[in-house]
Write a protein that binds this ligand. Sequence first.
Ligand code: ADP
Ligand code: MG
Length: 698
Amino acid sequence: MPKRRKGSASAESEAKSAPGRGLRDQLVKLGIARDQDLVLHLPLRYEDHTRVVPLHALAPGTTAQAEGVVVNTDIQYRPRRQLVALIGDDADAARSGQLILRFFHFYPSMQKALAPGTRVRVFGEVREGHFGREIVHPQFKAIAPDTPLPDRLTPVYPTTAGLAQDALRKLAARALAADPALTAETLPDWLVAKRQLWKFGDAVRFLHAPPPRLSSPTQRALDERTHPAWTRLKFDELVAQQLSLKAHRRARAEKRAQPLAGTGALTDALLARLPFSLTHAQQRVRREIGSDLARTTPMQRLLQGDVGSGKTIVAALAALQAIESGRQAAFMAPTEILAEQHYRKLLQWLDGLPVEIAWLSGGLPAKRRRAALEAMASGAAMLAVGTHALFEDEVLLPLLGLAIVDEQHRFGVAQRLRLRGKAMGEAHQLMMSATPIPRTLAMTFYADLDVSVLDEMPPGRTPVATRLVSQKRRAEVVERVRRACAEGRQAYWVCPLIEESEKLELQTAVALHAELTAVLPELRVGLLHGRMKPDEKAAVMADFVAGGIGVLVATTVIEVGVDVPNATLMAIEHAERFGLAQLHQLRGRVGRGAAESTCYLLFEEPLTDTAKARLKVIYENTDGFEIARQDLVIRGPGEFLGARQSGVPLLRFADLEKDAALIEQARDAAEELLRRDPAAAAAHLARWLGGKEEFIKA
Ligand code: ADP
Ligand code: MG
């Protein structure tokens, strides 16, 4: 245990402290690398240490500070080992009270720190115990009589193991006092006045140490972060983000990419052999991408289109345009199955055309992997298709002119950064997604992308009929499957989602497969799950595509992009466990041909209110954009960035949902600032980003 300054300990922070780790490391963990970062490291909440409640007046259920002299201290063993100290008043006997301090986690040294006769100041939540008022795990501090009380609220900062609040408080106070530049205005007066903002210095000083006894609306505004001091900080953060985006855009505009105007030799050949003609939307988007590629500015375009809107062919045409221009194209997808499917589709589409395709995935045998790497490195393969295996350092694509990323939102921030770093600076980039980006995100994290939208479905599709079916009636669904397969159709049966345990999910899949094999003896029932080896998965998929397998039992590995037009029926077990986006993606696996398709959502009763709301949305809507909109209402945009991105400091203070209006103001302000006062813009950016630029724009 590390040495402790006498009497200053809070039990909580001590219990967490790990010896030998430098303060510096701890600060870095908190994203604090400079004094400026300390100024911007703002409290989560506050404690009122400015007054002391007399012991006799402590009310159970309140959080309060009290003061007294230790009467006795003891380690008790029932019902479990604990340190118990009793403190009392030395005030006049009639009004005197007592308070029990109880510690279930403690160090022997704390017994000494609470030796009888010691005067202590304690803070915590008062409750009524068996033996009178008590505080469990109070903060406590030995003090001399008449030690003055602080005159400000005490900040509680976000911290990390081993770094005590007291230490952070001192560091923050020191940083605030150290250098006036750290609290100086970076925004010009006209902007501060126009937006009626608090001064930056006033705002940070207020937030680090607010005065006590605020009116209750002010206190609430402080807690809910709607106080003008918070607004100023959020505004500054958002302005910095917008400036960073603009800087990024400018940097991109200065970058030079090889213009890939194409010759039409390959694209025309592909169009001529397609069994369908492009929709108007596909033609429009193709033109947008085509003219981007012909420029010397690297394209960064997001292609949004609902499930089944036909993004793949648009991507293939873009790839061919690059290849016609003498450059390589890479096509990445987030899962093996999807990548493999793209690979097969491209093989089929490009059969007989002079384009060699290299296939790369994590599960490739060493020999084939080497061959693929070689073909990419030598330029023999002009088209590379694969999973994120394509991001690896070993992969060389010396002629890379266009990178295509399917289902881009499934890739995390780190991967996207990696992608940017990988020779892509000079390459054009096309990202595709079936999930529409919420407006606030479009203005922030995705603001440096151009967007194309496929807002038209290929013709001849019958919309998928959706049926909600209680588990009690699943036998009827089995009969539907039997009948559809007898008519030469195929079906998916999707296993329940079990987030807690992949193993359990696997068991369920195997059990479901056995059950369906038993009740549908005349059919071949296939099984597809995430634990299978890539080539096993590929074999099952190929068998399903060829029509050998009638019913495919699958976990959500089939969620994205799988395309088997003859499959017209889908059953989803425990549909109530899935998110809306996922249900929509899953349902999009059927209804891919001209035949009528049905999706059965099997649910287990009773349903929670959220589950009911979700199932209602998916039942009533077929438009992915509308579903996503309602999903956002249920979940909020924070979720959109995905669990994979959690832990990355995107925005510290501003909330994408609640501060949507502020985002717009910040965007306008950033524009005006750049125009009128570029030096201030640079200073502002430096304050907020330091070395962290890459995260904020990721
Ligand atoms: P998504 O946008 O979900 O990736 P896909 O690219 O997988 O959709 O296309 C879905 C299906 O529609 C594929 O079988 C594809 O070949 C077919 N398709 C694409 N464009 C058209 C079109 N213009 N007419 C008819 N079918 C099309
Ligand atoms: Mg797709």
